[in-house]
Structures are given as structure tokens and as C-alpha cells.
Design a binder for this molecule. Structure first.
Ligand SMILES: Nc1ncnc2c1ncn2[C@@H]1O[C@H](COP(=O)(O)OP(=O)(O)OP(=O)(O)O)[C@@H](O)[C@H]1O
Length: 276
């Protein structure tokens, strides 16, 4: 278990002005009565491994959907790489191809092979005819095989996806997202149903890819310990509000949002708010 040690005035929060995601007072709702998220402020540096943790229904998936333009805020401002995530915005439409999004369901096509699932990630790079006929150029097939090796699926290229284990399916979903050559990877609880060893293998895989490709990885979790182990920053969401944001540097945890909370109070919050 990571030692909690509070540090005031963290220097690493000040080193970069290169913000890839900025949210200012963002609220959104699915109906006219309740906010799914209310007045969220976030600022994520490029290259960060960012975790979002919270109870079921707290608004974590909604936060990811705002980041990839699937939802728009009812108020407040979002900038993804200084661009408003809006499907009517041409610049964002181009850019969204480089946002890898792995939903909770993984979104794989069951009856096609591992290789074909992964090649789907290259579709936005193909011309209309290639894309319509799913005629993948040789260099994309070579790239898909390189990524298959990176995620540890060599030898399973031609297996239908429904035949894979839960951990292998997650590897395919990660590979398909990497095939997009993403700058941002959004992953919604992709390890929560796995045993601890497999979950750590998948987290190691994302961490390696993140470093190699200088990705900004934003991952939703239920498990605070796992989030603390892998993330540089952790935001805790409760009932549509960000109630805590901490930075993680080695064994030191820095409280960015609440300032005057004690370690015990923070750990109590983990217990109250992150366990199902
Ligand atoms: N399509 C929808 N229509 C109406 N309400 C929705 C919809 N999707 C989510 N909500 C509501 O919005 C709130 C936030 O949901 P969200 O899915 O973001 O939570 P979550 O933290 O990701 O939950 P979980 O961990 O269970 O996936 C919840 O109250 C939920 O019931």
C-alpha cells in the first residue's frame, strides 16, 4: 500500500503550461431535473496518467463522454488541446480520430478476428473506397501486427474475438485504440472485472504504451489503490462533483484541491466514496 505523505506547495504542478484538457465550471445533464456533473474544473497536462475514481453513478463515464465530444456541457467551457469538443467543429472532428476511447463494453466486433478488430482503428486514415471496402493497405497491416506484438497477442491474430479471455479482449481494445495513433486515451473501467494479476498486467501495458507514445491516458477506476499505483493525478468524483484531486509522485501524495485536509480525512473519503 502506498504511503500517504502530505506535501504542501508542490513544484511539479507548476512546471507545464501545456494543458491538453481544460474544463471550467462544466455542468451537464441527461434530463431537465438532475445534473450528472456540476461545476467541474479540471486541468490535465499533456502526457499525464490521470485517474478518475468514484462510486457507481457518480458521473465518471459522463466525464469521459464530455472529453470525447459524445456529450456537450449545458454550461461551462471545455477545451481539448485548445479546441472545443463539438461535432459541428471541423477542427475537433479531425482531432477526435486521435482520441482513443475504450468504453466499459469495450465495443469490439465479436465475430471478426483480433487483427480485423485492431485494423478498425486505422479506418479514419483510409480513403473513402478503402474504408468502404475495408481494404487495408499493407503498411496498416504491418502496423497492426506490430501493435499486436506490443500488447502480447502474437499468435492470436486470426482468432475470433468472442473466443478470447476477458484480459485478452481488453488487450484487443487497447490495441485498436493505439492503432488510431492517439494523443489521448480514454478508458472506462477496463480492468474492474479482472482478477488483480490480470488487472495489473493490463495497467502495465497501458503505462508502457503511454510512456512510449507520450500519450495522455485518462482512466476511470473503482479501485483507488490501483489508481494511486499507476496515476500521476487522481480525481475523486462524488454525486457529480469533483470532491478531491491529488497528485501522486512516487510515494508522496499531494492534495491539490482541499489543501487543509488531513491524511486520515482523505483516506476516510477513499473508503466512503470509492468502494462499491
Ligand atoms: N443515458 C442516460 N440517461 C439518463 N441518465 C443517465 C444516462 N447515463 C447516465 N445517467 C445518469 O447520470 C449519472 C452519472 O452516470 P455515469 O454513467 O456517468 O456514472 P458512473 O460514475 O460512470 O457510473 P458506473 O461506475 O456505474 O459506470 C447517473 O445518475 C446516471 O443514472
Amino acid at each position: 500500500m502506498k504511503q500517504i505523505q502530505m506535501t504542501q506547495n508542490p513544484s511539479f504542478s507548476l512546471i507545464s503550461t501545456n494543458k491538453i484538457i481544460q474544463m471550467s465550471d462544466v455542468s451537464t445533464s441527461y434530463d431537465s431535473k438532475n445534473f450528472a456533473l456540476e461545476k467541474i474544473n479540471l486541468s490535465i497536462d499533456r502526457g499525464t496518467n490521470y485517474a478518475i475514481v468514484g462510486q457507481s453513478g457518480s458521473g465518471k463515464s459522463t466525464l469521459l463522454k464530455l472529453m470525447n465530444g459524445m456529450m456537450v456541457p449545458s454550461s461551462g467551457v471545455i477545451k481539448i488541446d485548445y479546441t472545443t469538443p463539438d461535432m459541428n467543429n471541423k477542427k475537433f472532428k479531425k482531432m477526435m480520430h486521435t482520441i482513443g476511447y475504450i468504453p466499459q463494453s469495450l465495443g469490439l466486433v465479436k465475430n471478426i478476428t483480433v487483427l480485423d478488430n485492431i485494423l478498425i482503428g486505422s479506418l479514419p486514415r483510409l480513403n473513402k473506397i478503402q474504408s468502404f471496402l475495408k481494404k487495408f493497405p499493407e503498411h496498416e497491416i504491418i502496423e497492426a501486427k506490430r501493435i499486436i506484438s506490443l500488447v502480447g497477442l502474437t499468435g492470436k491474430e486470426n482468432r475470433k474475438t468472442y473466443m478470447l479471455s476477458g484480459g485478452e479482449k481488453r488487450r484487443v481494445a487497447i490495441a485498436r485504440a493505439l492503432m488510431q495513433k492517439p494523443t489521448i486515451l480514454l478508458a472506462d473501467e477496463i480492468v474492474s472485472e479482472l482478477d488483480h494479476v490480470t488487472a495489473k498486467e493490463i495497467m502495465d501495458l497501458v503505462a508502457d504504451a503511454q510512456k512510449q507514445m507520450n500519450l495522455t491516458a485518462i482512466m476511470v477506476h473503482h479501485d483507488m489503490q490501483l489508481a494511486l499505483e499507476y496515476a500521476n493525478r487522481v480525481a475523486v468524483i462524488k454525486e457529480g462533483h469533483k470532491i478531491l484531486e491529488i497528485g501522486v509522485e512516487g510515494d508522496t501524495i499531494v492534495d491539490f484541491q482541499t489543501g487543509d485536509m488531513t491524511t486520515e480525512e482523505i483516506m476516510e473519503m477513499y473508503d466512503d466514496d470509492t468502494k462499491k
